[in-house]
Design a protein around this ligand. Structure first.
Ligand code: 1CP
Length: 348
């Protein structure tokens, strides 16, 4: 029996849709010349995220080329700290820079009360994309998102990316009450921000925990699984039953099972290093899996790309699955390699 639902939503509802629905993390972005054009027009990155017409345009760009099954709102996980009043800038070629929030006083100064108002332009982007999909891509679903509390806290405390986040990890051990207050503030901000996206037309929500796997197991449970589970429970009080949520605890390793069993999401993301055969066996069958092609295989292209994609599909056949990358697409990706991948996926 085939479902009348959009393929992505059917997979999130637990159906083993085949050929698998697909989209790519960071699918709107720097590898596309048409993105670079709009980006230059907007000036800086925050200006682009808060210009609904331009942000909606770049959200839709990859669909016109490749017909993905999902559009993902063009914004950034760091727009939540920005909306709470934290200083944020994106330095060209350096990535994000934030005015660090490193003690109880700074954490208490975050302005939860302004999140909804400051994120209004982002919600207008969501509405515009929803209208664009209805008109031109009726089978494509709109994914809204936020960063998970832990990953957003990493940037807020350390003030920049880099992948180690020493200040954040030390704060979590040294002053767990202050760090816990930051995590709770972020969970509440994320709840408000995600519900606004659903009101504006998001059909699924993804919670990106890109740095979750940096933590040892006890800390992973305390700062990743528990706060995300609380966020999901709080969201569900206001969402329709079964509203599709996707969690992505990157680098979770075998803790992916506990995350999938505990957090209450319909799908979990597999990162590049996750063995899809293992995940198929150790993640409950009703939880959809999403992933996990190596973004560098997409840069390389050729037979290696197709073989990788086929081996992931072989492991996932017969269970609810969404094809994606194991992490974000990288700027040197040749657009024609994405076309070759899309072509292969559509054959199932
Ligand atoms: O110069 C530019 O054009 C800015 C580059 C860029 C882009 C295109 C940044 C800065 N963010 C984005 C968009 C973005 N970020 C999206 C939108 C849509 C899409 O996927 O197509 C999404 C979902 C994100 C999420 C995001 N931002 C994450 C989670 C996913 C992941 O990749 O791990 C993280 C960790 C960020 C932080 C961030 N924002 C931007 C950069 C360069 C970074 C990473 C910094 C670092 O290396 O730590």
């Amino acid at each position: 029996m085939t479902s009348a639902k959009k393929p992505l939503l059917a997979a999130l509802g637990g159906e083993a849709v085949w050929p698998p629905p697909f989209w790519l993390m960071r699918q709107a972005g720097r590898y596309l010349p048409e993105y670079r054009e709009v980006r230059a027009q907007a000036g800086d990155f925050i200006a682009l995220c808060t210009a609904p017409k331009l942000a909606a345009e770049v959200t839709l760009q990859p669909l016109r080329r490749y017909g993905m099954d999902a559009a993902i709102l063009f914004s950034d996980i760091l727009m939540v700290p920005w909306a709470m009043g934290q200083g944020l800038r994106f330095a060209e070629g350096e990535g994000p820079r934030l005015d660090p929030v490193q003690d109880a006083k700074a954490i208490a100064g975050l302005k939860l009360g302004q999140v909804v108002e400051k994120s209004a332009p982002i919600m207008e982007t969501v509405s515009r994309v929803a209208a664009g999909l209805k008109k031109d891509h009726p089978n494509t679903a709109l994914i809204g998102f936020c960063g998970a509390p832990f990953t957003v806290a990493c940037y807020m405390v350390d003030g920049k990316g880099g992948g180690e986040f020493p200040m954040t990890r030390r704060l979590a051990y040294g002053d767990p009450a202050a760090f816990g207050a930051l995590i709770d503030t972020l969970a509440e901000a994320s709840r408000l921000y995600l519900l606004e996206q659903v009101k504006a037309g998001a059909e699924a929500l993804m919670i990106f925990d890109s740095w979750a796997g940096m933590l040892p197991p006890s800390q992973f449970r305390r700062w990743v699984i528990e706060p995300t589970a609380r966020l999901v429970r709080a969201l569900r009080r206001d969402l329709p039953p079964g509203f599709p949520l996707i969690g992505f605890p990157r680098l979770a390793g075998p803790l992916l099972t506990e995350y999938a069993e505990t957090v209450g999401v319909q799908a979990v993301g597999m990162d590049t290093g996750m063995d899809p055969v293992w995940a198929a066996k150790h993640v409950p069958a009703e939880v959809a899996l999403q992933g996990n092609l190596d973004p560098q295989a997409l840069v390389a292209g050729g037979p290696a790309l197709i073989e990788q994609a086929e081996s992931i599909m072989a492991a996932m056949k017969g269970r609810p699955f969404i094809f994606n990358l194991g992490h974000g697409i990288v700027p040197p990706t040749p657009p024609e390699h994405v076309a070759a991948l899309a072509e292969r996926l559509k054959r199932g």
